[in-house]
Design a protein around this ligand. Structure first.
Ligand code: TYD
Length: 210
């Protein structure tokens, strides 16, 4: 049994969840517990190496199932090294992308079996799911436009995928949201950043601290 709180942040590319995560940090620290932020591969050496293989723009020959299995392998290692220890110590964890990314991107986006992915996720995590998942919802076109405007960000192999992939990914998230309303909460990420952060905080307070 874990003693901490596990919050994952999910959403299509360009939803701004990484910025929101940074802005949530000081608010959550006010609760007096240690707050840890991490993202796969999270500086975990083994997972970093796996991630470099996945995102390398030269790897155009990568098979969809290979991609899935690599994400799953990286997830397992990151979980063991970065998620479980602080969770067992009672910290609040903010995790940028977790199991739902594989379902949305490799399942709905690439068309791999969602049933298989659910099983692989369960195998990699020993069935651990976040206490709360904030899903940052944005229209595929708006998300892509934001990425294009963000000149500082490197374009990786997955960013190069077409707009219809992004639409399927969003559909995937909306489907998971319908299936697990007790875990996922949708936040309108098309709003100004301050409003997105305020909504996220309100959901965290209501779901985990009330
Ligand atoms: P990430 O570096 O987290 O990018 P972002 O800043 O957009 O969140 O993830 C890189 C890409 O990898 C992103 O397009 C989402 C994708 N991804 C998957 O396809 N499957 C997964 O299981 C994960 C964790 C990420």
């Amino acid at each position: 049994m874990t003693k901490g709180l596990f919050i994952s942040l999910e959403g299509p590319d360009g939803a701004g969840k990484t910025t929101v995560l940074q802005q949530l940090l000081p608010h959550l620290q006010a609760y007096g517990r240690e707050v840890i932020t991490t993202r796969e591969p999270g500086g975990v050496a083994i997972a970093e190496e796996i991630r470099n293989v996945i995102l390398n723009p030269e790897h155009t020959a990568m098979d969809d199932k290979t991609e899935l299995l690599l994400f799953i392998a990286a997830r397992r290692q990151h979980l063991k090294e970065r998620i479980l220890p602080p969770l067992e110590a009672g910290s609040i964890l903010l995790v940028d992308r977790f199991i739902d990314s594989s379902v949305a991107y490799q399942g709905f986006g690439r068309g791999l079996s969602v049933e298989d992915i659910n099983w692989l996720n369960q195998y990699a995590t020993d069935g651990l799911k976040p206490d709360l998942t904030l899903y940052f919802d944005i229209d595929a076109e708006e998300g892509l436009a934001r990425i294009a405007r963000n000149a500082d960000r490197d374009v990786d192999r997955l960013d190069m995928e077409k707009a219809d992939m992004h639409r399927r990914v969003r559909q995937g998230y909306l489907t998971i949201l319908e299936q697990e309303p007790e875990r996922l909460v949708k936040i309108d990420a098309s709003q100004p950043i301050e409003a997105v952060v305020a909504d996220a905080l309100a959901v965290i307070k209501e779901r985990l601290f009330s």
